[in-house]
Design a protein around this ligand. Structure first.
Ligand SMILES: *[C@@H]1O[C@H](CO)[C@@H](O)[C@H](O)[C@H]1NC(C)=O
Ligand SMILES: *[C@@H]1O[C@H](CO)[C@@H](O)[C@H](O)[C@H]1NC(C)=O
Ligand SMILES: *[C@@H]1O[C@H](CO)[C@@H](O)[C@H](O)[C@H]1NC(C)=O
Ligand SMILES: *[C@@H]1O[C@H](CO)[C@@H](O)[C@H](O)[C@H]1NC(C)=O
Ligand SMILES: *[C@@H]1O[C@H](CO)[C@@H](O)[C@H](O)[C@H]1NC(C)=O
Length: 947
């Protein structure tokens, strides 16, 4: 009786693990081109298409759970007013209110744009002043000076997490509100001045000499949807233009100015004059002397005769800004920019003058000016943030739970205590949710607050059982569950912690909880367990650990139709064969009944028509095509009799296959152990291996679409997740590779070849450290170094398979010399070059964000240190998001494919351009260094750059 009970306990543990896996929140996602375009305060759930850009704007409800919607007052509702400004969301409550934009790629650069039009929506005629933050870093003050004009603020920042928050902070000068919020992804090579510690805040982005002086250029002419404001000053400048295409200077141009912007330029009206413009610094309360960077974009638009030359100097405040004469290139874009912000000038006067021997006047095509902001403040540990965010969502906690949980200290979430170390992100150390009206069960997310010492959930309405995962919180010293409606028993892990004195567990006043001696009103299915648990604690602990040591056990899944069609003929089990050792130490004998058929060699001959058709060759012999009596097609793997080496692995595989049942693992129909002959009979996978599909060799010539690839990745990941999580102890496949992922007629993926699969026990000191197994290109470097495989070794190999799916390339590239695919992809992705990585055979027919995300997951899986790799459960969740992104695109929800002419009026846009004239300001310009798009040579730290 005791072992049986112990096993059902184990089964419950297995199920508990499985239940936490792969839960996904349906939240608003970026669209197929990675854009998020939000109309704040738009009621309802319907999105609409913007007239000018043909981009779809969505309501904001999915991005924020606070604030109220208002229409602007009728007097400001002019006929041409962009729909985005018709309504606002305002935040009368709470100091900080934040929008959360999810499903973005950690470590990439993003353009964020927030718009504000007050329009007297509150009938108070009192425009507010408030602060805007990107996550925990100050972005800018929003000073709404009049009700009628729109304020458009833009920042370019590197986002460290896979989400970013934009927060409005009430500074006591009126109620914050917002009209619109946009997010646009940028390659990491763009805007080199934006990096992990420095963000850019747009001051002006101007297009000189446009042919239509009122037409703003943005998406789709600018694929990044930057907004280029026309700047025409006919009194001072002549316009020049071309209809020819202006090319980027290089594939990885750092600015990617749209050709339409570069096709126009200005020259001084007076041919011997200079081009002059200027800006004044805008001090902020938090930064009285902001630093500025400028990007000046040039391209020669006229084909110059041999004796003509256009050469000029670019000066700032009368001193050379760029140290040499500059000569724009014909129809090629180039940019002069400074990396180190210039600071402390009362004015910034730019003057562009021709060199003495230039025959043509100076010119300029476009300019961007930014102030810089530090982005050095770090938010709370991201794992803590995900956990507490999930807890907030599950219980609908309101309080002041907005923005970062711990930062700044003054706005830390009510009920949380955080630790603030100097060198690492803040951690959540205590959580008090007592008397908070919590309903439902205890979230598994509590167990992800890895640094928490104190959890108080007392006096709520929590029901269900107490999760044992809480016992894994090594810092947890107090867990107060008093006064809830919890049921079941206190799990063994927690009891152990109580026994060894490391945990103070309070669980009084939970009438349905079974505790020492108390009887239990558990449901019928749980009664056996409950009775068992009622015996003294020490005994439970002992039996559980014995059970863990002895049993190798997997969660059962529904059987496929193939196994139902075969009746067992022979009750003999393979576990009577000598226990294998090389493949898995020694597998304990399974007490499970085998449902597999045993074949004789003669039967196999009949099934395969005397081994006529070879499907492939596995590690231990050929695989043949065959048909059972009832017509079911099967694959028969016959152990090659030429060598004895495979016997152990062969038996190991047979043993493993009898225990595992999952739709994404190849299932075994039967086996043969007939004298020296050994064979395994599997379900038939008509589409062969993933490797054949990726290489384009083999039977299959059609290329897999991105969606098919994602499904295959997802299904393979689920198969591995089952081995890792659904089996106790976890099974490690040890030879995950594209050749071991098989596809059936419906292109459903199943993991095959369990010859090297091994049970993994944390506490097993006898883990054999004999031979390194696996396949070149897929082997985890840490396993290689330690000879100790873990589930993370499979994660590593899976990451390589995922990269193969993204790139369509093999694990080891041979051209020109052997390189690992990981290294190849990592280098390109680091430069933001997703196009250069994605399989060209997909012909760009895929959601870019989805491919980015998948590539990102692959890189995380292949992290050098196994601790940095995700678990298969996390991989499954991430791939699910990739699939959703791709499916959203495939279902054709927006206008990403089409191109539309004309920029359209951008109502209410403040052109912040000032046609300043030069004045003589004597100011040294050291420290205002300039670089050049054309050359990547770093400049000297003390003076202007040399070309
Ligand atoms: C807001 O703008 C107005 C008008 O430009 C200015 O007078 C005021 O000082 C500004 N407020 C702050 C706090 O900077
Ligand atoms: C970001 O750029 C600034 C200015 O060039 C530089 O001082 C800083 O070190 C850079 N930060 C990183 C992380 O590269
Ligand atoms: C143009 O600028 C350069 C560099 O600042 C300066 O040396 C030169 O005198 C200027 N030439 C004219 C004609 O203004
Ligand atoms: C013009 O003069 C500059 C130096 O001022 C020199 O670098 C350049 O080569 C000259 N260009 C021509 C076309 O003579
Ligand atoms: C210039 O652009 C505006 C706004 O897009 C448009 O209404 C107007 O028709 C354009 N004019 C010409 C001459 O193309």
């Amino acid at each position: 009786m005791a072992p049986a009970a112990a096993r059902s306990l184990l089964l419950l543990l297995c199920l508990a693990v499985a239940a936490t896996a792969g839960v996904l929140q349906a939240r608003a996602q970026p669209d197929s081109i990675g854009f998020i375009s939000i109309d704040c305060g738009l009621p309802g759930t319907a999105s609409y298409v913007d007239d000018a850009t043909k981009l779809a704007y969505v309501p904001d409800a999915a991005f924020i759970d606070a604030g109220t919607n208002h229409n602007i007052s009728a007097e400001y509702m002019t006929p041409t007013l962009s729909k985005r400004y018709h309504n606002v969301r305002s935040f009368p409550d709470g100091v900080r209110n934040c929008y959360t934009l999810r499903s973005i790629v950690a470590g990439l650069k993003y353009l964020l744009r927030a718009t504000f039009k007050y329009g007297n929506y509150d009938n108070l005629a009192r425009p507010p002043i408030f602060d805007l933050y990107i996550g925990v870093n100050f972005w800018t003050m929003v000073n709404v000076t009049d009700a009628g004009s729109a304020i458009i603020l833009e920042a370019i920042v590197l986002v460290p997490d896979d989400f970013v928050q934009v927060c409005l902070v009430n500074t006591g000068s009126g109620t914050p509100f917002i009209s619109g919020l946009d997010l646009r992804p940028l390659k990491s090579t763009l805007y080199p001045q934006a990096n992990a510690t420095q963000g850019l805040v747009l001051y002006a982005r101007l297009n000189f000499g446009p042919t239509n002086s009122t037409a703003i250029i943005r998406y789709p002419e600018d694929p990044h949807d930057r907004v280029w404001i026309p700047w025409v000053n006919t009194a001072a400048w002549n316009s020049v233009s071309t209809t020819l295409r202006v090319e980027d200077i290089a594939d990885d141009d750092m600015f990617e100015v749209p050709t339409k912007v570069l096709q126009t330029a200005v020259t001084p009206r007076n041919a011997s004059g200079n081009i002059e413009f200027s800006w004044d610094p805008e001090p902020q309360p938090k930064d009285p002397t902001p630093g500025y960077v400028a990007n000046m974009h040039f391209s020669e638009l006229e084909l110059l005769p041999g004796n003509a030359a256009r050469q000029f100097y670019v000066n700032l405040n009368g001193k050379p800004w760029y140290p040499k004469p500059y000569k724009p290139m014909y129809l090629i874009s180039d940019t002069i920019y400074n990396s180190n912000p210039g600071r402390g000038f009362p004015h910034y006067n730019i003057s562009i003058n021709a060199t003495a021997n230039s025959t043509l006047p100076p010119m300029i095509n476009a300019v961007e000016v930014f102030s810089v902001i530090p982005t050095t403040k770090v938010g709370t540990d991201s794992q803590d943030v995900s956990a507490i965010t999930a807890i907030k969502a599950k219980y609908g906690v309101k309080k002041n739970w907005m923005g970062d949980p711990c930062v700044p200290k003054t706005l830390a979430w009510e009920g949380l205590t955080c630790s603030y170390a100097i060198s690492s992100p803040p951690r959540i150390t205590s959580l008090n949710l007592s008397f908070s009206g919590l309903n439902g069960d205890i979230s598994s997310s509590f167990a992800n607050l890895k640094a928490v010492q104190y959890i108080d959930l007392s006096h709520n309405n929590l029901a269900g059982s107490v999760p044992d995962s809480l016992s894994q919180l090594s810092s947890l010293t107090v867990l107060d569950l008093t006064g809830n409606k919890l049921s079941g028993s206190i799990p063994s892990g927690l009891l152990k912690r109580v026994q060894d004195g490391s945990l103070n567990l309070r669980y009084g006043d939970n009438p349905n909880l079974c505790t020492n001696g108390k009887s239990c009103q558990a449901t019928k299915t749980k009664s056996k367990l409950a009775i068992y648990i009622a015996v003294p604690v020490v005994l439970v602990v002992v039996i559980v650990s014995v059970a863990v040591l002895l049993l190798c056990f997997c969660r059962r899944k529904k059987q496929g139709p193939t196994s139902n069609s075969v009746k067992p003929q022979n009750e003999t089990t393979v576990s009577h064969a000598p226990a294998p050792s090389a493949g898995g130490g020694s597998y304990p004998q399974s007490s499970l009944q085998l449902e597999n058929r045993r074949f004789t060699y003669k039967e196999l001959e009949m099934i395969t028509d005397s081994f006529q058709r070879v499907l492939g060759r596995g590690g231990f012999g050929y695989v043949y095509d065959g048909f059972l009596e009832d017509g079911t097609q099967v694959a028969v793997k016959l152990r090659s009799d030429s060598s004895n080496q495979g016997v152990k692995e062969f038996l190991a595989e047979a043993q493993t296959l009898t225990k595992i049942h999952h739709k994404n693992l190849v299932s075994m129909i039967g086996y043969c152990k007939d004298g020296d002959y050994m064979a395994l009979v599997y379900e038939y996978m008509s589409e062969g291996s993933l490797q054949e599909h990726i290489s384009g060799n083999g039977r299959n010539t059609g290329f897999l679409s991105w969606r098919q690839r994602l499904r295959i990745a997802m299904e393979s990941a689920q198969g591995l997740e089952y081995l890792h999580k659904g089996c106790s102890p976890p099974l490690i496949h040890r030879d995950v590779k594209a050749a071991n992922i098989l596809l059936n007629a419906k292109l459903e993926a199943k993991i095959a070849d369990f010859g090297l699969t091994k049970a993994y026990r944390d506490d097993d000191t006898h883990m054999s450290t004999n031979t390194l197994v696996g396949t070149l290109g897929y082997v985890d470097p840490e396993y290689h170094a330690t000879m100790q495989p873990t589930t993370k070794s499979d994660v590593y190999s899976f990451g390589v398979v995922l990269l193969e799916l993204v790139t369509g390339r093999p694990a080891i590239l041979r051209d020109p010399e052997p390189t690992s695919l990981i290294q190849w992809a990592r280098q390109r992705l680091a430069r933001g070059n997703i196009e250069g990585v994605a399989d060209p055979r997909m012909r760009g027919d895929h959601d870019v964000n989805s491919v980015w995300k998948a590539a990102d997951v692959a890189l995380k899986c292949t992290a050098q240190a196994s601790a940095h790799r995700p678990t298969m459960t996390e991989v499954v969740a991430q791939l699910q998001e990739c699939l959703e992104l791709e499916e959203a695109r495939a279902s054709g929800g927006d206008a990403s494919g089409g191109y539309y002419a004309g920029g359209g009026p951008y109502s209410g846009y403040n052109a912040y351009a000032a046609d300043g004239q030069s004045t003589d300001v004597s100011q040294t310009s050291t420290g205002f260094e300039v670089e050049h798009n054309f050359e990547r040579v770093p400049t000297m730290p003390t003076g202007p750059a040399a070309r």
